[in-house]
Design a protein around this ligand. Structure first.
Ligand code: HEM
Length: 490
């Protein structure tokens, strides 16, 4: 390296160090309370496998079921009255906020997940209208059925021939849900679940962008990632490259759709949005939002559910018995038929209670406020509700809260739904998930079709779940399963 280059590098490093020292002094990183100390030094790792387990422990022991992590300026709650207050009663005081919008803005743009106010309301109305249509529900059912019959079942049948091998079903479910959401939303088939299990550059770039965007929220000050972005270094450089790749894909999908024009009577979600706007940036944001909404959440639900089902033979037997009764040995023919499977619906809700695909969700407080449990919340600070911790509160679910028990969702054999404020897995209030019905169709169809044909077993039963950081719950060790043909099934 030339001497001149070396001195430029030295000056650069010197200023960066100076800057970071300044940032760390300005933020409350040196708060000395016990919780903040454990957070900053990561000493909680001596006792807990996952950050969410440590938070659960702290929340359980808090008389209000609310805690404050000073170094993050974050109030975390598992109190359902606080959640109703944030998501409904004082909804306008708890938007996603500018800080969140800045963190995810490069990746999500102005898409529905990253918007507040009028822009959010407009997109919500549009999406609501489209996703609520009967034709969209039928489309979802058809897309899911096709992917199961032509890809998922043939692939798992192929696994059977490699008797002693272990397969990561988390990877299978991620491929499955990526194909489904792309076909449903844009009429594009990435064929990720093809027998050769191809590596999709788009899927890799999308994962990276989502992971690195989530990491921004974990830095002690936004200035840290903003400086890295300014100099285009480290994780910010990788984020920029992965977003570029995602954008290339989105632009191509939109171009193809434009080329087809209205002549082909396309049924997918993007075509319907294109009828209302031609703004390419806005359409790009819609493509990315729906990929994010429909891919990882569904795959994560299925991973948690199969981890539980592989250890609960009596639940598997009950699912099979109910399906036999409703379908009379035939294949499911419509999404309406799925509604008749009350026990299966209870299994899905119970699985997502224990392993919510989105473990926590944050809003930003606009004006100083006091939550119903008496906690004061300062303007411009973060308030987070913690679905994972809530599932483990005996104050909400009773002393058997840690047990996987689908029966808690049934009254006289009929599915009964708890208030969403106690179960904010799909969020609750004005911004509740719009894809819930579609997700349920997908999850229930996969469970049924796999359990009707195969027996499943955990390949490494001693492994306890560990989660990787990201926007949705990911099992660090995947979901290694052994599958075998069900006796009597051909
Ligand atoms: C098991 C699967 C799913 C879970 C657990 C889930 C959960 C959630 C949650 C927690 C939110 C609130 C996010 C936030 O505001 O930060 C949300 C919002 C949303 N979800 Fe889902 N989701 C799932 C599947 C889907 C699918 C398949 C779609 C689309 C086809 C979808 C579409 C949406 C949309 C459009 C919103 C934004 C609503 C708004 O901001 O007004 N979701 N979902």
């Amino acid at each position: 390296m030339a001497i001149e280059d070396a001195s430029i590098l030295f000056v650069f490093i010197f200023f960066i160090s100076l800057f970071f020292t300044f940032i760390f002094c300005k933020t409350k990183v040196h708060c000395t309370c016990k919780i903040c100390h454990a957070y900053v030094t990561s000493s909680w790792l001596f006792e807990f496998d996952n950050l969410c387990d440590w938070y659960t422990h702290l929340l359980k022991n808090s008389p209000t079921k609310t805690i404050h992590i000073h170094v993050l300026n974050n109030t975390i709650t598992s109190n359902h009255q606080n959640i109703e207050y944030m998501l409904k009663t004082r909804f306008e005081n708890y938007p996603k906020g500018k800080a969140f919008s800045a963190i995810l803005g490069d990746f999500l743009g102005r898409g529905i997940f990253n918007a507040d106010g009028d822009s959010w309301l407009f997109q919500r109305k549009m999406a609501c209208l489209e996703l609520g249509k009967r034709s969209m529900k039928s489309l979802a059912f058809e897309v899911v059925k096709e992917e199961i019959d032509h890809r998922l079942i043939p692939l798992v049948s192929l696994f059977l021939q490699k008797e002693h091998e272990v397969f990561d079903f988390q990877d299978v479910f991620r491929r499955f849900s990526f194909d489904v959401i792309c076909k449903f939303s844009f009429g594009y088939d990435p064929k990720c679940l093809d027998e050769s299990l191809p590596m999709s550059e788009l899927a890799i770039a999308f994962d990276l962008a989502s992971q690195l965007s989530a990491q921004r929220a974990m830095t002690p000050s936004p200035l840290v990632w903003k400086i890295k972005r300014l100099f285009n270094v480290g994780s910010e450089k990788r984020l920029k490259e992965s977003i570029k790749m995602v954008n290339k894909f989105a632009q191509e999908v939109i171009r193809q759709r434009n080329k087809l024009g209205s002549c082909c009577n396309q049924e997918d979600l993007l075509s319907r949005f294109m009828a209302t706007t031609k703004d390419p940036n806005y359409l790009r944001d819609i493509v990315v939002s729906f990929l994010l909404a429909g891919r990882d959440t569904v795959a994560s639900s299925l991973t948690g559910l199969f981890w539980l089902l592989a250890q609960q033979p009596e639940v598997v037997a009950a699912i099979r018995a109910e399906a036999l009764m409703v379908t009379q040995h035939k294949a499911l023919t419509s999404f309406e038929q799925l509604h008749e499977l009350h026990y299966l619906q209870a299994v899905v809700y119970e699985g997502m209670r224990l392993f919510p695909p989105i473990q926590f969700n944050s809003k930003f407080c606009q004006q100083d406020d006091t939550l119903p449990d008496g906690t004061f919340v300062k303007k411009d600070t973060r308030v987070t509700y913690h679905s994972y911790a809530m599932a483990r509160m005996d104050t909400i679910w009773g002393p058997d809260c840690l047990v996987f028990k689908p029966e808690r969702w049934l009254k006289d054999g009929v599915f009964y739904q708890e208030t969403p404020f106690k179960y904010p897995v799909f969020q609750a209030g004005y911004r509740m998930c719009l894809g819930k019905e579609m997700a349920l169709v997908e999850i229930k169809s996969v469970i049924l079709s796999l359990l009707q044909r195969f027996d499943i077993e955990l390949a490494r039963p001693s492994l306890t779940p560990r989660f990787s950081p990201g926007l949705t719950t990911t099992f660090t060790n995947g979901l290694p399963l052994h599958v075998s043909e069900r006796s009597g099934h051909t």
